[in-house]
Design a protein around this ligand. Structure first.
Ligand code: FES
Length: 275
């Protein structure tokens, strides 16, 4: 038996939302954890962040970036089934009352985590601050998919200023710190931004946790693909993370590995699919 797709919608010209019926995963999942799906018997394993896990269904935000994400977008519709859907994987975030919690994000997986994390943090009694950055007006998600509804304070920024504040979440974080408004920061999205965020918050001693999205293969700590240098030790993002203390990650190494690993294979697979 496969895993039925129950909904699929565009988020922007490049991102989309997919919801899959997987009661055992939805029941067990906690913020910070991810899932791995396989489209068909000969498909690749695709790790994905979770946006919502409710009523037996798991919702995800996906970017049309590689072969499988395109195939899912163009060839599968609600009612179709995924061959495999595994999870939850990775370690959950510690949900407790920290005081004031911010989640900042600037790419598709981070936008999903922003909602999921702040929803749980708010339920735990925190004051929640969400900052979501998009490239421009066209790429901003529909209102119902933003994290506004789980935030006590919400900021939307676009890099070109076409909607919301002009700039990046890093600019907002700087202001939040200056106004002494945040006790702990969680973040997801582009590795380069996460590296900058770690440098920004370090001098203030603000605990900062980032989802380190390394290229994963098995997702269970067996293949070594997702290794990160953490406090000078080798860790695996899938098993020991994917959320880590951002101040202890070797960001230069993480960014280099992410850019190089499987880049050529991905490019070829995508080219063949588009042919
Ligand atoms: Fe293989 Fe993490 S994906 S060790």
């Amino acid at each position: 038996m496969g895993y039925r797709i129950t909904a699929k919608e565009d988020l922007s010209p490049i991102d989309y939302f997919v919801e899959v019926e997987a009661p055992h995963v939805a029941r067990a999942w906690k913020p910070g954890q991810f899932v791995v799906f396989i489209l068909h018997e000969r498909g690749e394993r695709v790790p994905m962040s979770v946006y919502k896990a409710e009523n037996g269904r798991v919702g995800m935000f996906i970017r049309k970036l590689g072969k499988t994400s395109m195939q899912l977008y163009y060839e599968y519709k609600p009612g179709d089934e995924l061959w495999s859907f595994v999870g939850p994987l990775g370690k959950p975030i510690k949900i407790k009352n920290y005081g004031s919690v911010a989640f900042v994000s600037d790419a598709v997986c981070g936008q999903a985590e922003n909602y999921a994390t702040l929803k749980a943090m708010r339920e735990a009694g925190n004051y929640t601050i969400s900052v979501q950055t998009f490239e421009d007006r066209e790429r901003v998600y529909p209102e119902k998919f933003l994290a506004r509804e789980v935030a006590d304070e919400y900021y939307l920024t676009t890099l070109d200023g076409s909607v919301g504040l002009k700039g990046h979440y890093l600019d907002v974080v700087k202001e939040l710190i200056e106004k002494d408004k945040v006790d702990v920061i969680f973040a997801g999205g582009k590795l380069g931004s996460l590296a900058k965020l770690a440098e920004l918050t370090r001098p203030y001693g603000i605990p900062t946790y980032a989802t380190v999205r390394q290229i994963m293969v098995d997702g269970t700590g067996m293949c070594g693909s997702c290794r990160v240098l953490y406090d000078s030790e080798v860790k695996f993002a899938c098993r020991d993370g994917p959320v880590f203390d951002a101040h202890k990650i070797d960001w230069e190494d993480a960014i280099r590995r992410n850019a190089e690993r499987f880049a050529e294979q991905e490019r070829l697979a995508k080219e063949r699919y588009l042919e």
